[in-house]
Design a protein around this ligand. Sequence first.
Ligand code: ATP
Ligand code: MG
Length: 449
Amino acid sequence: MINIPEKCKLIFNILEKNGFECYAVGGCVRDSIMGTVPMDWDFTTNALPDEICRCFNDFKTVDIGKEFGTICVVIDSEPFEITTYRRDGDYSDSRHPDFVSFTSNINDDLARRDFTINSVAYNEKTGFVDPFGGVNDIQSKVIRCTGVPKERFTEDALRILRAVRFASRLGFSVDIETSKAMHLLKDKLSLVHPQRIRKELTGILMAEHAPKVLNEFRDILCVVLPEIEPMFDLPQSNPHHIYDVWTHTLNALGNAPSDEVVRFAVFFHDIGKPSAKTTDNLGIDHFKKHPYISAEMTADILRRFGFANSFIEDVCLLIKYHDERFRLMDADIKRVLSAIGEELFEKLMSVSLADTLAQSDYQREYKLSHRIEVIKRKEDIIEKGECYKLSQLAINGEDLVDVGFKGKAISDALNNLLKLVIKGKCNNSREELLLCAKSLPKEAWNSEE
Ligand code: ATP
Ligand code: MG
């Protein structure tokens, strides 16, 4: 027995009243058996797409892939996907079926699904339909391919990464045959469209069991992220570290909160270390400028997968500033606040905590109390409304135009004035700022070219 929300009961009732079968299927059944509340409910039915639309003509329906049999029905502004039972044709490109065909047999539909834990259907009338032992695998916490693993991964290589994602999220182990096939066929992941990989990668990094699972399947990750390989087992012989770069990264990720920008920043924060590494004549390793290298590498990686530009920018700013040694001066804190903004500053503090806790005990007390002091001072700056951004400056571009500034020189001058205010070299008052501006050499008043 699983708990079915009222809106879902309505879906069953409407389809059944019209003479069709209908089951909840996939993640919602799996999560319900595990005792967690599903994020969304998916349904499968022997009704054809047009028939689904007809049954739900009192509701808004959206055709989100009729050729694959999926109709979205909106009930009280909540969308539900209903898909016709289907069989997938051959996968000649290891990416998608050459064709799909509808079937009237629920078992055929369950057979095309990726893992036994996702191949269980349920409705209140019939109970579980479980031809592949999925309920047992959910209870034993095992991820196992539905059918022959090598065939299933050859059909659609993305399933290799889906298995990693489910392991990472659910904390399940991967069945040995399934795992062997994943390692064996991992190179086929290079055939998968980067946008599909993006979703799985995000799911893996966001999940609770990510550190352990990323390590277990690190060879697989390397196919889509070859840049991580040089981190594996790379020693960091200096007092701050007890782990190699990869192990440190995974430990830091384990300390990171559930925020996408923070987790991506933590996962990639040291990816530039291998190329930044130098060893001095005392045998101490240094990684100078690694935050910049990491940020650049991460931008390239995230672009490759089609992440949104604003996301890439935020992740890379956090990486660039992750190792910032704040001197306890307000000017220093304002400089970073001005570069990344208040919201990212808070995230930066999360990155820094995750990072510190994955280092050695050396200076840990100092690092942690220093971080708290930085947060306090930052809050103080915000509370007192002290100036750290252009919008808080007591003059604006028009004021500079009025005294004779032109073109790009206006924003250059404003930025320079902001720097002076942040450094405490000029008060944030209209009079003083205008005086400062006017004292700039004449060639800085007009740099239109
Ligand atoms: P989540 O809770 O993360 O959404 P889910 O199991 O619902 O997990 P979805 O990606 O939403 O995962 O897919 C819904 C269902 O469709 C899966 O449970 C699985 O049965 C099937 N499925 C999805 N992608 C594939 C695939 N690439 N190959 C085979 N079956 C798939
Ligand atoms: Mg789902």
